[in-house]
Design a protein around this ligand. Structure first.
Ligand code: MLT
Length: 409
C-alpha cells in the first residue's frame, strides 16, 4: 500500500490559475461565439525581442556543432549569466552581490516552493494576505500547516493583512515568526514597498533572527527611482534575506523559463543542535542534487537582455505593458471604480463595485463582458471584495476590455 503525502488533502481546491482556466473553458464551450479577453493570469503576450531571439538562435547553432556542443551545464547556472546579473542588476546599483551568490533556475515559482526543502518543519511562517498563492500552498504541501478554516486560512501560518488602511503593505507581525515571505512590487495588489518599509523588515528580521524570502519578480516594472529594486539595497539585508528574480515578465520568458535566486554567502540558519549553518551551502547542495541547471540556449537568451540592445528592447517591452497598466488604471477609475497598483507593477487591484464578492464580479465580467480577471479572494481571505487585472495583453485587447467593462458597470 502506498501512502500519499496527506498534507495535499488540506488543499481545498485546485491551484488558483488552473481553476480560473477551468471556469473560462467551460464558459467558452457553452458560448463558442464569445471573444474572451484573458487578463487573469499574468502571462506575457509580446514575442521575444530581436537581441534575445538572435542569441538563442546562435546558441542552438553552437549546440548543433560537435566543437561547441554542450551537455550538462553547471547546476548553479553559467558564469556568463551569473556575472552579468551580479554586475548589472546589483553592483551597478551599488549592491555588493557576487556571481557565486546567484543561482540560475527555470523559474521563481519553482524556487520559492523548492527553497522549503532546506528549512525545518518547525518554523513559524508569516505570509501576507492577499498573497501569491504559491507561498501558502507549498507550505501546506510540506506539512508546515494544519487544516484550513472556513475562510481558507491555514492553521499555523501567521497572516499579515494588507488592506486599504495600510495601503496593502502589511505591518510587522505582532507575534514571533522565523520565515517571512515578502513580494514587492506586490503580486497581486501592484503596490510597492518604500526603502523605509524594507528597512523596518530587515531590522525586524535581524532582531528576531528571522529570514526574509523576498520575491522581486516584478522589480523591472518599478519606475519610481526612490523604490528599491532589491532587498539587498537595504543595509544589513545580506544577513537576513534570500531574493527571487525572474526573466518571465521582463523579457517575455513565461514559456521559455529562466529565473534566479540570490543567496548571500553570509546568510546562516540554525541546526537542531544550535550550530549556525550556511544557507548558501544548503541551497547549493539542494540544487546540485535535484536540478541540472537551466538550458544553455535559454541562459544565452537571458544573457542577451544584459547587452545594450537587449536592455533597450526590454525597456520597450516594460513600457508597453506599463502603458496598458496606466490605461487600465485610468479607464477603470473613470468608470467609477477604486483602483490600486498599476504604477510600478503590471497589476491593477480593483475594489469590486456594489459590494459584489470577488467571484461574483469574476462571473459578471466573464458572462457580460467576456473579460477574465482574477478574483481577489483567490489570493487570500483579505482579497475578498477585490479583483486583479493583468496589464499583460495587447493594446487593442486592453482598450476593448475597458470598453466592455464600462458597458457592464
Ligand atoms: C500571476 O498571474 O500571478 C503570475 O502569472 C503567476 C506566476 O508568475 O506564477
Amino acid at each position: 500500500m502506498v501512502h500519499i503525502n496527506h498534507h495535499y488533502l488540506k488543499l481545498r481546491a485546485g491551484y488558483l490559475f488552473p481553476e480560473i482556466a477551468r471556469r473560462v473553458n467551460a464558459f467558452a464551450q457553452a458560448n463558442p461565439q464569445a471573444r474572451i479577453i484573458r487578463m487573469g493570469i499574468g502571462d506575457v503576450t509580446e514575442p521575444l525581442t530581436p537581441a534575445i531571439t538572435k542569441a538563442m538562435h546562435e546558441a542552438v547553432d553552437e549546440m548543433a556543432q560537435r566543437s561547441s556542443f554542450k551537455g550538462y551545464g553547471p547546476e548553479q547556472g553559467y558564469g556568463f549569466l551569473r556575472e552579468a546579473v551580479a554586475e548589472q542588476d546589483f553592483r551597478a546599483r551599488g549592491v555588493d552581490i557576487s556571481a557565486d551568490e546567484i543561482f540560475i533556475s527555470d523559474g521563481s515559482k519553482c524556487d520559492t516552493g523548492n527553497i522549503l526543502d532546506i528549512f525545518g518543519c518547525d518554523n513559524r511562517i508569516a505570509i501576507s494576505d492577499p498573497v501569491y498563492p504559491v507561498y501558502v500552498d507549498t507550505n501546506v504541501m510540506a506539512g508546515h500547516t494544519g487544516p484550513a478554516d472556513e475562510s481558507g486560512r491555514f492553521e499555523g501560518l501567521v497572516y499579515l493583512v494588507g488592506n486599504e488602511a495600510n495601503g496593502f503593505v502589511p505591518e510587522l507581525p505582532s507575534e514571533p515568526v522565523d520565515l517571512i515571505y515578502l513580494c514587492y512590487p506586490n503580486n497581486p495588489t501592484g503596490t510597492v514597498a518604500s526603502r523605509e518599509t524594507l528597512a523596518r523588515w530587515v531590522q525586524y528580521a535581524k532582531a528576531s533572527n528571522a529570514l526574509i524570502l523576498f520575491d522581486a519578480a516584478y522589480e523591472a516594472f518599478i519606475s519610481d527611482p526612490s523604490i528599491p529594486h532589491s532587498i539587498f539595497e537595504i543595509e544589513g539585508a545580506k544577513d537576513v534575506a534570500v531574493e527571487f528574480r525572474s526573466f518571465s515578465k521582463s523579457i517575455g520568458f513565461t514559456g521559455i523559463r529562466c529565473a534566479l535566486t540570490v543567496v548571500p554567502k553570509q546568510l546562516m540558519g540554525t541546526a537542531p543542535g544550535g550550530e549556525r549553518v550556511s544557507i548558501h551551502q544548503l541551497w547549493n547542495r539542494r540544487q546540485s542534487t535535484k536540478f541540472n541547471g537551466a538550458s544553455y540556449v535559454v541562459q544565452k537568451g537571458a544573457a542577451a537582455a544584459y547587452t545594450p540592445e537587449g536592455r533597450a528592447e526590454m525597456r520597450g517591452l516594460i513600457e508597453f505593458y506599463m502603458n496598458n497598466a496606466r490605461l487600465l488604471r485610468e479607464g477603470l477609475t473613470a468608470a467609477g471604480l477604486t483602483v490600486f497598483g498599476g504604477v510600478n507593477a503590471p497589476y491593477v487591484w480593483v475594489r469590486t463595485p456594489a459590494g459584489l464578492g470577488s467571484w461574483e464580479f469574476f462571473d459578471l465580467l466573464l458572462s457580460k463582458a467576456n473579460v477574465v480577471g482574477t478574483p481577489g479572494s483567490g489570493f487570500g481571505a483579505a482579497g475578498e471584495g477585490y479583483f486583479r487585472l493583468s496589464a499583460f495583453n495587447s493594446l487593442a485587447n486592453v482598450q476593448e476590455a475597458l470598453q466592455r467593462i464600462r458597458g457592464v458597470l
